[in-house]
Design a protein around this ligand. Structure first.
Ligand code: 0WD
Length: 266
């Protein structure tokens, strides 16, 4: 029997089969969860429908998280389709491309607002609207963060600020929803080549560096993120909430970067 047998999960943030949310959906499906999906806009509809079909689902709904009516719409749709929900996967982030070019000092007011709205506020709004569906079901919510929330990653800029706010939001929401028996955690994933990643100036250099210097010396995969998400949404993680779990091959533990064979002793 799968770890998520009998659980109903809503997956947001699939753009294609390279998306982190796709890796999570794949792992959830393997573990027996029933899946529903949202897509951000018409352009992504067909792709997300194909993904849903691949994972035995017909449940696909448009949700641009910058629109309150879309977020409310998801809740009404799921309440009609399922009447309940156990898991929400929030795998959404956005900032205009120009914001990744210079430094944080160049951040525009509009870029800042957009990054915080799409990447952070959306988690609060989705959680609030979907909470009634989780009543009595010990729900679990997952969001995706990145190390740029903790340390300076050149060009990550306003998204680093947004991810710091996201991680803090996870802690506050964890407190709020614990009253109802629900949990929320963030996975801080190492860099992965996805559509979103390619908007970041110099992403390939960042990827190369991270792969070279993390203790395992390799990149992480969306399947590895998926497996961690399964654990966090399973009863095995029932006492874990408000946490940020790094799925980065140990990159974040390093103080001096370089694998043993590369740091030559005098
Ligand atoms: O290296 C990476 N790829 C990492 C990503 C490392 C660590 C964390 N993350 C995070 C991202 O910041 C994001 O929160 O993982 C999450 C998922 O990102 P992803 O899988 O890397 O990227 P992608 O496949 O592009 O999915 C992000 C999706 C959007 O795709 P596009 O490429 O169309 O922007 O976020 C969704 C959309 O599907 N999205 C929205 N969804 C609803 N409403 C909106 C919106 N307004 N804007 C973006």
């Amino acid at each position: 029997m799968g770890l998520l047998e009998g659980k109903r999960a809503l997956i947001t943030g699939i753009a294609n089969e390279k998306s982190i949310a796709y890796g999570i959906a794949k792992a959830f499906y393997r573990e027996g969860a029933d899946l529903a999906f949202t897509y951000a806009n018409e352009k992504l509809k067909k792709r997300v429908e194909e993904v849903a079909q691949e994972f035995g689902s017909k449940l696909v709904f448009e949700c641009d998280v910058s629109k309150d009516e879309h977020i409310k719409g998801v809740s009404q749709w799921l309440s009609k389709e399922w009447g309940s929900l156990d898991i929400l996967v929030h795998s959404i982030a956005f900032a205009p491309k120009e914001e990744f070019k210079g430094g944080v000092i160049d951040t525009s007011r509009e870029g800042f607002k957009i990054a915080m709205d799409i990447s952070v506020y959306s988690l609060i709004a989705l959680t609030r609207e979907l909470l009634p569906l989780m009543e009595g079901r010990e729900g679990s919510i997952i969001t995706l963060s990145y190390y740029g929330a903790e340390k300076v990653v050149p060009h990550y800029n306003v998204m680093g600020i947004a991810k710091a706010a996201l991680e803090c939001t996870v802690r506050y929401l964890a407190y709020d929803i614990a009253k109802k028996g629900h949990r929320i955690n963030a996975i801080s994933a190492g860099p992965i080549k996805t559509l979103a990643a390619y908007s970041i100036t110099g992403f390939h250099l960042l990827m190369e560096h991270t792969m070279k210097v993390n203790p395992f010396g390799r990149a992480i995969t969306i399947e590895e993120v998926g497996d961690t998400a399964v654990f966090l949404c399973s009863p095995w993680a029932r006492a874990i909430t408000g946490e940020v779990i790094h799925v980065d091959n140990g990159y974040h533990i390093m103080g001096v970067f370089g694998r043993e064979e590369e740091i030559k002793r005098e």
